[in-house]
Design a binder for this molecule. Structure first.
Ligand code: GDD
Ligand code: MN
Length: 378
């Protein structure tokens, strides 16, 4: 089997030589290439280039100027650039031991699977390399939650969150993937039923450098889950629901501080409108940003819509409170729910519309920028 090894890297310079050395000896006698997909802000690309010059096997470097979709986006870019149909994905920090790769290849060569997952949680595997008890607990809980949400597709997989796997890229529709953040294997497995094989492995300690996992990655993961399972609207609803609760809490707090309910509602709305925009930008519509024009113009559209919505909603709320004698916070809740559907449609169809969509053909350069596979559903 010809093999392309895809290694996403973000500031992993001190690990590069050791990784290539160990891959070289583990895969001695086989045909393979290593493709680094790098988003580093330090000298990692130079380190990789130097190592490539002296490596006894092909080492390629794709350095991305914009780190679109982070780790997951880098891996997909690696799949596209790979010369082999079978691609092995592994981290660049040696937490995924190169010595396990031959066992993964042997499993794939039995010919009955589309993907071989190196699992920390299969019997015989360990996750001792996870930083601490919190990381371990988060990993366990999120693995169970994920498996519960995709009981059939993930039935054969004990570790859908691993970043160490061997994939037949012919079994996957790369254009259908919407990578965001760290969990690219989950994105692949949740889209299409694949035949999964597993080999246990020991998740090792990092060789050098620091982990890039952050709280933000955790939030991205939850959004990814919601979008994979229920579509974009549910992620939008999640953000909207969070905004609505924040809105009510702020309003309640201000009323408690003695502010009249109308100015309290105005202030609460202004704060949530702005936070809501950034949550939509970085979570719900992250994959559509690059094709939908400038951020300030989306900001203007989004906040104008939500501002107008609030301008209409607040008098309606006042009618409900004064006229129908509904408690102020309940009236706010009712009007927030009513506004939700309208808001989703406006954002999905207008704010994040690919640039040039629906414009007259006299703007060829923007019309051409619309990618064919670009639909609203992930
Ligand atoms: N190109 C690119 N762009 N690479 C990235 C980025 C990015 O934005 N962020 C992280 N990486 C690279 C790192 O350089 C490393 O090679 C690999 O992705 C994993 O990142 P770590 O910072 O080492 O993350 P981790 O150890 O917390 O997470 C690993 O373990 C998880 C299981 O707990 C990863 O393998 C995850 O995929 C895996 O799910
Ligand atoms: Mn790591």
């Amino acid at each position: 089997m010809d093999l392309s090894i895809i290694v996403p890297t973000f500031n992993e310079g001190p690990n590069v030589d050791e990784l290539l050395r160990r891959l070289g000896s583990a895969l001695d006698g086989r045909v393979f290439e290593v493709v680094f997909v790098d988003d580093s802000t330090d000298d990692t690309p130079a380190v990789i280039a130097a190592a490539a010059a002296s490596a006894p096997f092909p080492v390629r470097l794709i350095h991305r100027e914009t780190a679109t979709a982070g780790l997951g986006g880098a891996v997909v870019e690696g799949f596209r650039a790979a010369t082999s149909r079978w691609c092995l994905v592994m981290d660049g920090d040696l937490q995924h031991p190169p010595e396990d790769v031959p066992r993964m290849i042997a499993r794939a060569e039995r010919g009955d699977v589309d993907v071989v997952v190196a699992s920390r949680y299969a019997s015989g595997g360990t996750s001792t390399g996870l930083a601490d008890a919190t990381r371990t607990a988060v990993s366990r809980v999120s693995t169970s939650l994920t498996k519960a949400m995709f009981p059939r597709k993930l039935a054969g997989c004990s570790d859908p969150m691993t970043g160490f796997f061997l994939l037949d890229t012919d079994a996957v529709d790369l254009d259908a993937l919407r990578p965001r953040g760290f969990k690219i294997l989950l994105e692949i497995l949740a889209r299409r039923q694949l035949r999964i094989g597993e080999v246990p492995f020991d998740f090792a300690q990092r060789f050098a450098g620091d982990s890039k996992a952050t709280f933000t990655q955790g939030v991205r993961f939850l959004t990814q889950l919601a979008m994979l399972r229920f579509g974009r609207m549910s992620a939008f609803a999640l953000v909207g629901g969070f905004g609505a609760i924040a809105n009510l809490v702020i309003m309640w707090g201000l009323i408690r501080l003695g502010v009249d309910y109308l100015p309290a509602a105005v202030a609460a709305s202004a704060i949530t409108i702005i936070t809501n925009f950034f949550l939509l930008e970085y979570l719900v519509f992250a994959d559509m940003r690059s094709e939908s024009g400038r951020m300030w113009s989306r900001f203007a559209k989004s906040t104008t819509f939500n501002g107008l919505e609030a301008v209409v909603r607040i008098p309606v709320m006042s009618i409900l409170v004064e006229g129908a004698h509904i408690p102020a916070v309940l009236a706010a809740a009712l009007t927030l729910i009513a506004a939700f559907v309208l808001r989703f449609m406006f954002h999905a169809l207008v704010v994040y519309a690919p640039r040039g969509a629906g414009r007259p053909a006299s703007e060829p350069e923007t019309a051409a920028a619309v990618s064919p596979g670009h639909t609203l559903e992930p």
